[in-house]
Write a protein of this length. Sequence first.
Length: 809
Amino acid sequence: CPETHLVTILLAKTFWKDTVLLLPGKLNVEKRANSVNDAVLCGGLYNRYRVLTIKEELNSEGNAETRLVITASKSSETPEQCILKDDWNSVLVKSGDIIHLEGECNLDTWLINSNSGYLILNPDLLISGTSIANSIRCMRRAVLSERFKVCDQSTKQMLFGTLVHEIFQKAATDYGFGEDGLRELASKTISNPKCLREMYSLNLTEVEVMQEVQQYLPSLTNWARNYMHNSPQANQCQVQLKLPSDRKLSAQDPSCNITITDFLDIEENIWSPRFGLKGKMDVTASVRIHRRSKTLTRVMPLELKTGKESNSIEHRSQVVLYTLLSQERRADPEAGFLLYLKSGNMYPVPGNHMDRRALELLKLRNQLAFYLSNIVDRSTSENDQPQPALLPSVINDRTTCKYCSQLRNCALYSRAIEQEREGSFVPEDMKAVLEQETHHLKPSHVQYFRLWYLLCALEAQTMENKGESKNIWRLSAEEREKEGVCIGNLIRTGHVQAISDGMYQHRFQRKNSIHSETILAVGDRVVVSGQEKWLTALAVGYVTEVNKTLITCTLDRNLSRLPVDTLLRLDHEEGVGSVATHLGNLSRLMEDSAASAKLRELIIEFRPPQFIQLLCSVLPLEAKDTVADILKGLNKPQKQAMKRVLLSKDYTLVVGMPGTGKTTTICTLVRILHACGFSVLITSYTHTAVDNILQKLVKFKVGFLRLGRPQKVHSAIRRFTEEEICRSKAINSLDRLKELYTSQRVVATTCMGVRHPIFSRRRFDFCIVDEASQITLPVCLGPLFYADRFVLVGDHQQLPPLVQNAEAK
């Protein structure tokens, strides 16, 4: 099994000894000219080949090898050959796959073996270094974590880690590492709204968080004394580090002194279409390495860790992958560093693109790419019927699995999809563990999960095939401009302004002052890149203003360090195009909880909704006159709808043709429920639908809290958003944030917005879903988990939900 073989190599202690493993193979891909100008297939440094045929055979030495017939031409002309030997022979590649090759190519034949080159499977699928590192011990967990992203819950440890990361990063760029400055910085960091929201979600106090964070501060100060160039103690700490560029000296004595001379970037975002990788590096630092009489300077990744000081394989693997990512922007760093913030200890991790460790991790990346790309399988079914593909096997490790965040999804997938399928295997010791996770589910529940997972998988496959984000690096700015989804040839103008914690306002203008038509509009999500491919995805953010000469954006990174003449492009990003929310809600529906059990009864088992008999039992005496006044403006069907909602114990369906006043009915219903003292969650799929209701409520002076990004909210409603309220009222304490969250009985957001921390501690009497007939069932489930009763409003005769896959429809 290639999976097991790779893991065995990576887990071997000798594999991670600090020795430089130079390979004799030398890259010469830059000698190859671009053969075609095509969006998908091309030659050159960023080559893309399509696999036409695959043949496995034994060579003259009796060793297995795989021969691929490939082409960089869309018309399949001028085919070439790729020979995979040694461990590369086990790459899970199939006909039709797109691959990227680096290595030796002679007479149109590529040779990839343990001494030369490498292959990247589906290189336009960019996988994070964290995901690859997490796949070392369990590939199944890594795949499930990508598919069920929204199921990973925040924890105290994650919050503490995030805070200490931020404190270090701010100290590195602005504040310095003095003890008093760090304490002040910690206090400021804890009081920002983003942190307060997480503290609210986890039911923590400022005192508890500060006590935890303060444990790290002395170590940060000591680290700076030992390694910062402006410290009197700098250049005294020795580390063991071997680099290819000084192999003779380091072979004799790997000891060297390390000094950090500058922090060049924080959270540097790099997308690498060559390696099929992406990542955000905690710190990009200029490092001076002094060995005997020789001094080297390298720009290296610095990976920060706040947990146990393990120097683990996973941690070191992340650093190795970040050294690969660094090569997209600058010279090979040859190594990176692991810094454990609780102790201040720093470990060097050698790794470059010809290092065996890096190559083994790229093989692991290929395996993960295979499973993420092949979500649907038709090969093992009759009549070519689609079915969910098998996942990597369940590992035999009860301890690891017990604390795995994907345990429920692992067990669900095993029971609903893999059970009795040829090729699936569950270790005997793990069967009881998996059965325990799904014992509460009836066969009908499991069947429901299987059906909806398949529908989501089909949709995900279509989304991936149509995904526009890969064209950001595959197409030039000029080509994307013709499609109306990009503005190129831009330069930054004016000063960058910090508008909130971690967000920066930038202004861009055309270098040639020529305006071109674009579909970019206020509120659009954009990716900012350099015109050169090696500057892909410098930052992401939102458009805040557009006129004939300037476009203003709020970005997640400060780009002021770039040279002022750097040519930039803005690409419209339509969204991640995933079904993560669908699958997350589907998974939660199968949870062993009271709320999920009730929804399973109503949705899967079709239990009829129940109603209270007497209206007087739910209508408070003090609200009767107010409710009577509100009802005066309604017709008979609308009044009947109000009554049914008030009497419901489970749910109510309100159906209305276009123009029958559904929005007015919802507004009236909210007013009545508000007058009766009920809490109400208003939601829909689009921001526009939510804001249409809220604009009517404003006229009747019904208070509410609007969740969501202000850029996406109607200008008339923006002042009611959490972000605007926190800014205008300078909310900087947990008590004041709690007051904001509990002050309004009415809360409004989209179906996608229910991951907000407020929902971790707040439950509503009613949830009203507008335009419910235009929302896919898994997405519609999201807000229903947070209410005792729900109201679905819509018209099933109107447009159905947008589904791109024909089979899923």
